[in-house]
Design a protein around this ligand. Structure first.
Ligand code: IVH
Length: 668
């Protein structure tokens, strides 16, 4: 047989076995036999490189590692969905559809808890995979998705095609990955979604392949191809895509609700995590008529399972010192899985909270975790008390430096007043390196605590001297050359941060990221900030007496001044970022309200962008509001905005506005 025919035959055979294994979940040959076929194909392709084609399964082994991901703009934004949390809300959703159209039905799908992906084909070949990003611009992950065997490299459709779906990590792969990580003493992934997200953003496709990711596709962007969404999914299935087997057609909302009940009972047994159910109108031709709100399509909705409440035992109460010296009680819990992650600690806020809830060590408690929010103790199951529980008592002294704690009148928190307290120093360093401050990637809590305890990083200056400890770091367990190189590079790159990040990072009391920006807008160099008197600072709107005094006190301290001098010598950028010229920036003179959760930006990032582009972020909606940026689960502010007829945009549009504007400014 000539090599070309042999290669073709092997390719087809391997992709068929691949499909049986990864899509149908029904392998018909052993792993060894499969590996033999791959080896054979690989050998032939090495011998006849001109015969290797883009759809060859050997491409799944993983190509070259990248330096960074390239940004891609989606042809159509990747939208998210509105949420419903109860049957009533679903009935409401249905009622609104009824008011627009008749003769419709639903397709119900599982809401896979992973990350969405856009996959494009041209002439039947996979040409691009992209993450959602902010919905408008994502990242090119083509090489990575090629390693996912459930994604076909070739399909029998020649016209340009885009498919969207959810990449996820099966529970089994997640557990095994964490077992391996635990054996190596590495930090564990919190849940399969984080593991999938972390894996798909690996620059080296070979590593991605080892993570055993999978995908369910849930949307065909070529809407014109079928009249029914369910039909589109069936077609996708016939072209080799993996469609979730629990996808079901339901003629009415009552049947949808019944199906949701059924899924809820088997949810825990599924081999992957789901965080809800997606309900879509099946008749694609009705989508235009049903339309979209400012945020989401109205023809689909995500039913979210209620946040799980889990019972566990409160084994102990410890006290944690924050960077400002606030000491907070923390519940040390018997570890339990809550909403997909292992929880062993929860905040107990302050003394009043614990007394009000009558918390005792040894209590059975109900805890809850919603999304990424810190777990909280909901209530104590007093009926389970045996009598040997120990009543909560607020610490009287700092757990780290033993200084007597103080509680100011009219404040709920206790403070450690010792400015030299070690715990405060560590927290201060963590704050400096954190995302909204100096944003040094790779320099998180665990590493900083270790480096502090070993005396390598005792203060902010030491962070920038870390490279001098290169040889010492290489010797340390858990530090590879590559991770040290990356860390040193991230520290060097961070020196370019604008001045407000530095000012915020210093952790001066009452100086949040917004105040830091307001101040550096007026005093755009570090020397000017340091020289500003209390009276001068008070002239800035938003800066009151407490803030002004806190800043001048900080810079009067000789020790602090010396630190600033050293940081200047180490090359930190001493200037504020250029402000957009007033008057012609996109948000110029506008009062803008942010509401709901933004997925791509933190609140402070969005605020910073708005302010840089001439706008002002205000807290409440009134007639003076010019624009509302609505994130997920935007509530009363959005309603009020609609009532007052204020312009409302969703995150994707906001993102586009700030991206366009930033590009224009940089090209000026
Ligand atoms: S449909 C306009 N279907 O949930 C249609 N999304 O909040 C948009 N997801 O970003 C998506 N499973 O990442 C759809 N069966 C499913 C889904 C699903 C998971 C994710 C997706 C999306 C988010 C919507």
């Amino acid at each position: 047989m000539n090599p070309k025919t042999k290669i073709e035959e092997l390719k087809q055979l391997i992709e068929r076995y691949n499909y049986e294994y990864h899509v149908l979940d029904n392998p018909t040959i052993s792993d060894q036999e499969y590996d033999q076929l791959m080896l054979k194909l690989n050998r032939l392709e090495t011998e006849y490189p001109e015969l290797k084609t883009p759809d060859s399964p050997t491409n799944r082994i993983g190509g070259m590692a990248l330096d960074k991901f390239v940004k891609v703009t989606h042809d159509q934004p990747m939208l998210s969905l509105g949420n419903a949390f109860s049957a009533e809300e679903l009935i409401d959703f249905d009622r609104k559809i009824q008011s627009e159209v008749s003769d419709y039905s639903y397709t119900v799908e599982l809401k896979i808890d992973g990350l969405s992906v856009s996959i494009k084909y041209r002439n039947g070949l996979l040409i691009q995979g992209a993450t959602r990003g902010d919905g408008v611009v994502g990242e090119d992950i083509t090489e990575n998705i090629k390693t996912i065997s459930a994604i076909p490299l070739k399909i029998p459709i020649l016209e340009p095609l885009e498919v969207r779906g959810e990449i996820y990590m099966p529970k089994k792969a997640f557990n095994e990955l964490n077992e391996q990580k635990a054996a190596k003493g590495e930090a564990l992934f919190k849940n399969p979604r984080n593991a999938a997200a972390g894996s798909i953003r690996q620059l080296d496709p070979q590593l991605v392949r080892k993570r055993r990711l999978s995908v369910f596709v849930y949307y065909l962007m070529n809407r014109e191809m079928t009249e029914s969404h369910y039909e589109a999914l069936k077609r996708l299935e016939s072209w080799g895509f993996k469609i979730n087997p629990y996808t079901k057609q339901c003629p009415s909302i009552e049947q949808v609700i019944q199906y949701i009940d059924e899924i809820s009972t088997i949810r825990k047994e599924l081999p992957y995590d789901i965080d809800g159910i997606v309900i879509k109108v099946d008749e694609i031709g009705l989508y235009k008529k049903i339309g979209a709100t400012v945020k989401f399509p109205k023809w689909a909705i995500a039913y979210k399972f209620p946040a799980e409440e889990v019972e566990t035992v409160l084994n102990d109460i410890t006290f944690q010192v924050g960077r400002t010296g606030v000491v907070k009680p923390v519940a040390e819990l018997e570890p339990v899985m809550v909403s997909g992650s292992l929880v062993s600690r929860a905040t107990l806020h302050n003394e009043d909270f614990c007394l009000e809830k009558d918390i005792h060590i040894g209590d059975h408690v109900l805890i809850r975790k919603a999304g990424e929010i810190i777990p909280e103790v909901l209530r104590v199951l007093k009926e389970k008390r045996l009598g040997n529980e120990v009543k909560f008592q607020m610490a009287s002294h700092c757990p780290k430096c033993a200084t007597k704690l103080i509680r100011k009148e009219a404040e709920a928190d206790h403070y450690c007043p010792n400015p030299e307290c070690e715990a405060r120093h560590i927290e201060g360093l963590i704050h400096f390196a954190s995302r909204d401050a100096y944003n040094i990637e790779g320099l998180g809590e665990a590493i900083l605590t270790d480096l502090f305890n070993d005396g390598i990083v005792k203060n902010i200056v030491d962070i920038f001297l870390l490279k001098e400890h290169y040889d010492e770091l290489i010797e340390r367990e858990g530090f590879g050359k590559k991770s040290i190189d990356n860390l040193v590079a991230a520290i060097e790159a961070s020196k370019k941060n604008p001045l407000d990040k530095w000012l915020f990072g210093l952790g001066i009391r009452h100086v949040g990221s917004k105040i830091a920006r307001v101040i550096t807008d007026e005093y755009p160099t570090i020397d000017q900030v340091m020289a500003a008197s209390e009276a001068e600072l008070l002239r800035i709107s938003d800066v009151g007496v407490v803030i002004a005094k806190s800043i001048t006190d900080y810079f009067r301290d000789l020790h602090n001044r010396e630190q600033i001098d050293q940081l200047k010598k180490l090359g930190l950028n001493q200037r504020a970022s250029e402000r957009a010229p007033k008057g012609n920036a996109v948000f110029s003179g506008m009062n803008i309200v942010l509401t709901g959760t933004l997925e791509r930006f933190t609140r402070s990032e969005a605020t910073e962008l708005i302010e840089r582009l001439g706008g002002k972020v205000v807290g409440s909606v009134s007639k003076k509001t010019d624009l509302i940026v609505a994130g997920i689960q935007a509530g009363s502010k959005l309603d009020k905005g609609l009532e007052l007829g204020i312009r409302i945009i969703e995150e994707a549009e906001f993102s586009q506005m700030v991206t366009n504007e930033s590009n224009e400014q940089s090209s000026l």
